[in-house]
Design a protein around this ligand. Sequence first.
Ligand SMILES: O=C(CO)COP(=O)(O)O
Length: 253
Amino acid sequence: MRKPIIAGNWKMYKSFEEAADFVDEVKSLIPSNEQVDAVICAPAIYLATLVEIADGSDVAIAAQNMHYEDEGAFTGEVSAPQLASIGVDYVVLGHSERREYFNETDEAINKKVRAALNNDIVPIICCGETDAEREAGQTEAKVGGQIEAALQGFTPEEVQHMVIAYEPIWAIGTGKTATADDANAVCGAIRAVIAKQFGDDTAQAIRIQYGGSVKPENVEELLSKEHIDGALVGGASLQVASYVKLVEAGANA
Ligand SMILES: O=C(CO)COP(=O)(O)O
């Protein structure tokens, strides 16, 4: 059985004090990481402090993005070795907001996945379709293409340790959630793409999260589905009480 993984993506929210207090508080409230992986994806500027606060607890800290080069003249960017050097465990790659507002391409995301693995950071690779693509019946083609591009050149062993996040763009921050059955169908289609390219063992091992207006009220139903192994949560991860409820749902899934 795949261990559920619940990740809170804070995006560009929270002051330093709020971020530090949050991690300090949740670390004694969440279930053990033997049952569920609990992750906080925080703004880059807070990562080093949050890793220290979370040290020895069951909370893992993630970056929301990084550059694919190890170093260089890239003003304002942060590299995988830099994240690794402060103890960051995960990195979100290819979030739809990065694809849309920062012009991230499939090719760049593929290079970032390589950089993450080279530095022992687990990539959470995002994919998802727009409303128009969904209406046009292109969801599986769009999402499958994004995943094929992101995973190009990797071995099955490498792919098994990655995490995929299926986040339909029309469901992000809108209050509209895909029905659990629809989300499960797309996550199943992603697993089929992985099975075809990397074999059944890899497809059964890789964890696939759903994201898009996940909250304590709908998380249990989503997690009850065969192909949904966790959640990538924006808004509902910003309050301690609701984040803890989401992680508890993961532990009970
Ligand atoms: O983009 C998301 C997480 O990465 C989803 O955000 P919401 O949970 O606020 O819809």
